[in-house]
Every structure is written in C-alpha cells, then in structure tokens.
Write a protein that binds this ligand. Structure first.
Ligand code: AMP
Length: 292
C-alpha cells in the first residue's frame, strides 16, 4: 500500500478532490478525530470498497467540546494514524489546523434541532452544533459521494442523516456497526484514558446493554423493567456514575415507554473521569467475540 498523502490546507484539499471528481472518480470520506482504532478501520475499509478515492479527515474539532471537556488532552498521534490509514488503503489524510477550519471572522453555524436535543445533546450543550458545523464544512470541502459514520455514536449518525436530508446535501451517509474489543468494550479513542482497573469496570456498559436486549428478546417490553435491569448492572459498579440510560425510537429519537424491535437503548456513563457512551437497538441485540 502506498503512503497516504497528507493535506493541511482547505484550498489544496478542495483542488485535489475537484481534480479527482473531474476524472470521474467517486470519493469516499471518513471524518474522524484521529487516534485511530479498529472502529475507524472498519469505516475506512468500507470506504475503500465503495469509492475510487478514499479521504480520511483527522481533526480534533474544538467547537464540539464544551468548557472543561477534554479538548486539550484528547489523544493525538499522527504518525501512528498514518500507518493505520495506509494499511486501510487511504489515499489522502486531510488534517487541517484549527485556523484553517475556523479562520478569524468565522460566525456561521449549522444546527439540527429536535434530534440534537436529548441524550448527549442534553449532557453536552452545543456539542452537536459543533459536529454538524464541522461535518457540513468538510462535506463542502471534499464533496464526497459516500461518507461513513459509526453507530457507536448513534445520535451523531442520526443528526448527520437529518442534516443531509434537510439541507439536500448530495452525499450518501453509510452507518457502520460498532466494533468491540473481544471482551465487549466498544472501541473508542477515549478508552486510552482508562486505568486497567477502570478498563475492567467499563465492561459494565456492554454487559448492561447485552442483558437488557436479551431480556427484551425474551419478551419483556416494559421500558421501566428494562431500565431497572440496566441500572442494576451499572450501579453495582463502584467506579461508574450514570449520566443517562434512555430508551428512544431508533429513528426519531423520541422517548419510548414500551420497547419494540427499533428501540434504541443508549447509555452514557462516567468511569472515573472518563465519559463513555454505548448503545444497542434492542431488537438486534449485541454480541462480541467472547460472547459468540
Ligand atoms: P471519532 O474519531 O471518535 O470522532 O470517530 C470517528 C468516526 O468513527 C465516527 O463516525 C464514529 O462513530 C466512528 N467510530 C468510533 N468508534 C467506533 C467503533 N467502536 N465502531 C465503529 N465506529 C466507530
């Protein structure tokens, strides 16, 4: 595999993408904040399969972090990311500095309303406004045919789909399943914050999702009962502090009191100082290597 080409300027990225399109190439695009893992790799591989030119962006987007959040300490390792990207067949890494994306005078925001409000939108005010703004900008710069997002960030995927539909953007959004460690922990760049004891405690998230979706699949549809199951598991973990446990429609994100096959169970839990999120569509359930 050849080394991906690194671009840091918006103008150069636009020119390269336009030249590829002019030659009839379809562009696959995977937006990330870097510190790549197998979850990102699954998106890149699917992008490689679907498009002629595969563009990966690595940008720790300041506008989606709140005051006191981990923007400064967010893990970064461009050398390692470049090797992983190369192994996944990435052609171009777009890694702009913040001043390229937000030059002096910047004042325009993209805000998706209803689906941005609950869940992480409630815990992290302004987060999705930062996400949709940067993703809209990236789409305008790269103009991809396909863009790949993980179901790990289920609400983000829902919000992006809404933005693309509402603003008539010409990009197909491809949602990809959550990639897990062999013991069930959903892969995340933030897992690197966890001590080994916390890493063990963090398994309560996938365990709780597994238990509740198994209960649902055995016939329990009462959200009160399913929630009790989830909270029972999370609250037994001394290191865990629950941010939210919510049951919502998998498309509209409206709250549900009775679960059906399309109900999303989403959780956010702090393990020590690290905030982790995970989710399952209860009708699908989840599995991982050691549970196969
Ligand atoms: P991030 O770098 O955390 O902003 O994530 C970039 C993209 O990778 C987003 O679309 C995420 O949903 C996706 N992603 C992150 N973790 C996983 C995972 N464990 N499985 C699948 N996709 C993931």
């Amino acid at each position: 595999m050849s080394e991906p080409f690194i671009i840091t300027s918006v103008r150069e990225m636009k020119e390269r993408a336009a030249a590829a399109r002019a030659e009839g190439a379809t562009i696959s695009f995977v937006p990330t904040m870097g510190f790549l893992h197998e979850g990102h790799a699954s998106l890149m591989r699917e992008g490689r399969r679907r498009g002629d030119l595969l563009v990966l962006s690595i940008f720790v987007n300041p506008t989606q972090f709140g005051v006191g959040e981990d923007f400064e300490s967010y893990p970064r390792d461009l050398g390692r990311d470049r090797r992983i990207a190369r192994d996944c067949g990435v052609d171009i890494i777009f890694a702009p500095p913040a001043r390229e994306m937000y030059p002096a005078g910047f004042q325009t925001w993209v805000n998706v309303e209803t689906v941005s409000l609950p869940l992480c939108g409630a815990s992290r005010p302004g987060h999705f406004r930062g996400v949709t703004t940067v993703v809209a900008k990236l789409f305008n710069i790269v103009k991809p045919s396909f863009a790949f997002f993980g179901e790990k960030d289920y609400q983000q995927l829902t919000v992006i789909r809404r933005m693309v539909a509402d603003l008539n953007m010409e990009v197909e959004i491809v949602g990809m399943p959550t990639v897990r460690e062999p013991d069930g922990l959903a892969m995340s760049s933030r897992n690197s914050y966890l001590s080994s004891a916390e890493r063990q405690s963090a398994l309560c998230l996938s365990r709780a999702l597994y238990s509740a979706s198994t209960l649902y699949r055995s016939g329990v549809v009462s959200v009160a009962a399913l929630r009790e199951e989830v909270l029972g598991i999370l609250e037994r973990e001394p290191d865990a502090r629950v941010d939210y446990v919510e049951f919502r429609d998998g498309e509209s994100l409206e709250e549900r009191e009775v679960a059906d096959d399309h109900t999303l169970l989403a959780v956010a839990v702090r393990i020590g100082t690290t905030r982790l999120i995970d989710n399952v569509i209860v009708g699908r359930g989840i599995t991982w290597k050691e549970k196969c």
